[in-house]
Design a protein around this ligand. Sequence first.
Ligand code: ATP
Ligand code: MG
Length: 687
Amino acid sequence: MTAVAYLEKLNPDQRRAVKHGLPDGSSAPAGGPLLIIAGAGSGKTNTLAHRVAHLIVRGADPQRMLLMTFSRRAAAEMTRRVERICAEALGATGGGDVLAWAGTFHAIGARLLREYAGAIGLDPAFTIHDREDSADLMNLIRHELGFSKTESRFPTKGTCLAIYSRAVNAEIPLEQALLGAFPWCARWHDELRRLFAAYVEAKQAQNVLDYDDLLLYWAQMTQDEALAEEIGGRFDHILVDEYQDTNRLQASILLALKPKGQGLTVVGDDAQSIYSFRAATVRNILEFPKSFTPPAEVVTLDRNYRSTEPILAAANAVISLAAERYAKNLWTERRSAERPQLVAVRDESDQARFIAERVLEAREAGMTLKQQAALFRASHHSAMLELELARRNIPFVKFGGLKFLDSAHVKDLLALLRFAQNPRDRVAGFRILQILPGVGPSSAQKILDFLIERPDPLACLAEAPTPPRAGEEWRGLAATLQILHAREGWPAEMEAARRWYEPHLERLHEDAPSRLADLVQLEQIAACYPSRERFLTELTLDPPDATSDEAGPPLRDEDYLILSTIHSAKGQEWKSVFVLNAVDGCIPSDLATGTAAEIEEERRLLYVAMTRARDSLLLVTPQRFFTHGKPAQGDRHVYASRTRFIPAEMLRHFECVSWPAAAATGERLARGGLRVDVRAKMRGMWG
Ligand code: ATP
Ligand code: MG
């Protein structure tokens, strides 16, 4: 391929975006700001990858490019694409680290913060708390302040964290966060204010950062003009995908790094904004052009390359009823006679069986499992399907699933690494100390109180007030912490950690051998990271996917079905897509039908789900489902009706079918399986 052959594959609008600021024949100066705003599947991400590659081909230094995506997976995928295009154009094999700075906003923030920690009075050995750790710390403080005792209906630790996070990310006062999204908690305003003040204090004393801090401190860093200029100056180009889902802090960081917008490219689709519950605001993308003088160049794309015409027509119909007007007229040349299907099934277990059967049929017909995906609104919606797939030996990977990292033994080992890195991290310390026999919460607390006071806690381990029973074990732990602290090399440190933990694992768990296998897997994952810090940071921010394989994280080369929440499916595509529970109560979620804005976000969510499909789209509508997905808890099922986002007049875009076919259903009914006449209900469903 010649240097410009890759440009010929693009349409004129895409090409304009790729070449923006790079007139033919010039090398790669940083052009003015650019916004690509366009509908699903119109090639935004593809265009961004081509732009990065084109800049490199024209001489831009890839080490001086910052690429921010919505997930680590998306960053890896983008890097691969860029490498491929560059390799073809330049005739060279793409080097391993073409894009040194590609990742999520949070991961990039963590890296920069470690480098510049000193400049803002932060200790660079900070550890990062995931949401669960943050909630645990919030809980600890809640107890300390006595709120959980005096007020039994005080918001839960999770709600407290959500309120805190909202106020921080939206940069709004607590009152406003409460009234806007948590009105039922407004009466605890004063207590919450005290709680949050103590939470912030505790994080600082312990040198831990939560997710929100990564953005907050980064934003704080960029408020110092000289520092912002220095960091911004390290990058000739800053490119952001999925910009519609950034929050105000993220926008303010970008603008501080590139106040004139030189070399800044952002890409997104306002119709796919689905993260307002995390304070993302679509205003960032809409206001981007006006943030600069002269305003940013805007490129819109209107040809969809992903989906067949009937799928696109159905998705367009769904979004056309949105209260917001999204001025996009997507069209495609991919003709097909196959309309998307709306499949009525009795319940979630039939839904699971239906999908498993269809998946196998498709595989028989030559479609790999990896080309198919099952998407759902909430992670627990896939429980039945996971069981069914396991029963039939259909391997699957669940995106963003935490199964592996959630297991106690993996968390123990990670906590040990974190504690060695930062012995003030109380949540990690609590976890590790209580592994020792004879150490309970109160002695753990005493030891941590002692350590936190010392300037160099790891040097004072021998003097810590340990209970006599734990003496021997404590010395073992202290020795391991010293080894880890001495930094003998990564990933060898992982092995030292495992050696310490092994006897405890055997003492604590009956199924130690299989858990040990997980830890060996974890070591293999660790070996893919250049350092302990990067390993801990990236694992905490974006955990690996869970698999049907009990042994742990996905085996990359195997064929497996993708299970994903709609949120995690953002930006991706599959030949065949199943959307589970396309019923009211799930989409829209019954937890998100409070305000008109929430309903609108649920509509966009369905739009995102539908636009993931290339050739085949099936929306499954169980006639009843169990609330919260816990059939074991008894009869808490509810009768469901088709999602309100597909009203009767829209049905012409779909092929409506029932499964199993009506006769088979009748047979089962005759056997007395159900009390209600499901067939009648099913007929009613299409009315
Ligand atoms: P989303 O809104 O879902 O993130 P997107 O706008 O980022 O979608 P891409 O994922 O970049 O879209 O592209 C969608 C599909 O269209 C991909 O399979 C991509 O390879 C293909 N595509 C994009 N541009 C072209 C083109 N000019 N010619 C052929 N195929 C294209
Ligand atoms: Mg995209």
